[in-house]
Design a protein around this ligand. Structure first.
Ligand code: SAM
Length: 259
């Protein structure tokens, strides 16, 4: 009977893929990959010789991404319906910013097939490590950059903000030759309502290969429009002001301490 299992390779497959993910990649009749790193691609092909198929073939220049994602999920489901143990191996965490994975899992469950997403190391996990950010300290709001703009998300300036996919903000079509990012000035305007424009954020790229270091570029929010982004860029903005404690709650906690 067919089943679907989604595993992640982490951002840096060497060291970050789990033994459980490796076991599923080996065991699967068909492994669909959603990765661009050639080292990760080669590693997966060695784990399951002859059984690997890339889903990247669905990307076409100027094709709306949501169509691509539906087609990817459709191809995965063909295999599940044939009765195959079907694995999706995506980079990072397979359930984090991963529409085709969630769509395939939703369809599989709807049709009565077992489907599971295994946890893995995402870009955000690497960011916490490389930038020394503990989300417990000031909280952390994490959004897709386009979603942040479209939905006017409420942001607390005393909390961290992480904006994913800033290198494709406001871009509905896949573009093989890079994104013009015409909505970037609007993003800067929105950020200016939250933080001073001189407040410094960090453009971050986790290393994909063993021995390489992270790319961390400090940039004042007002200068973001002059920056170069890649499809792997994530923007981290630290708090620009301290939080305002609620005096009643603080008094109650202090009374429990006997103060
Ligand atoms: N599933 C992936 C994960 O768990 O990290 C996320 C995939 S999402 C479609 C792509 C976005 O993830 C990028 O636009 C960027 O924000 C972030 N990302 C991917 N690779 C990254 C890297 N090496 N360093 C920092 N952020 C990265």
């Amino acid at each position: 009977r067919g089943r679907l299992i989604a595993v992640g390779t982490g951002i840096r497959i060497v060291g970050q893929i789990t033994t459980e993910a490796i076991a599923w990649i080996r065991r699967a009749d068909r492994v669909f990959t959603l990765i661009s790193d050639p080292v990760a691609d080669e590693t997966i092909r060695r784990l399951n010789p002859g059984g690997v198929e890339s889903l990247s073939t669905f990307y076409e220049d100027r094709k709306p991404r949501e169509i691509t994602y539906r087609q990817m999920a459709g191809r995965v489901m063909e295999c599940v319906r044939e009765g195959s143990i079907t694995c999706i191996a995506s980079y990072g965490h397979p359930g984090v910013f991963a529409d085709p994975v969630h769509e395939a899992v939703r369809r599989a469950r709807e049709e009565g097939f077992p489907a599971q997403i295994l946890p893995a190391i995402s870009a955000e996990d690497c960011l916490f490590a490389d930038l020394g950010v503990d989300p417990a300290r000031s909280g952390c709001q994490s959004y897709d950059a386009t979603d942040f703009l479209v939905h006017g998300r409420m942001i607390d300036p005393s909390s961290c903000l992480i904006l994913w996919q800033i290198g494709a903000v406001g871009e509905p079509l896949f573009r093989a030759d890079g994104y013009p990012l015409s909505l970037l000035p609007i993003l800067v305007d929105r950020l200016a309502r939250i933080h001073p424009l001189g407040h410094v954020g960090y453009l971050y790229e986790a290393p994909a290969h063993l021995g390489a270091g992270p790319m961390i570029r400090a940039v004042a929010l007002g200068s973001l429009t002059g920056e170069r982004f890649s499809t792997s860029s994530t923007l981290y903005i630290p708090p620009s002001r301290p939080p305002r404690p609620d005096p009643d709650v603080v008094a109650r906690i202090n009374s429990m301490r006997g103060q």
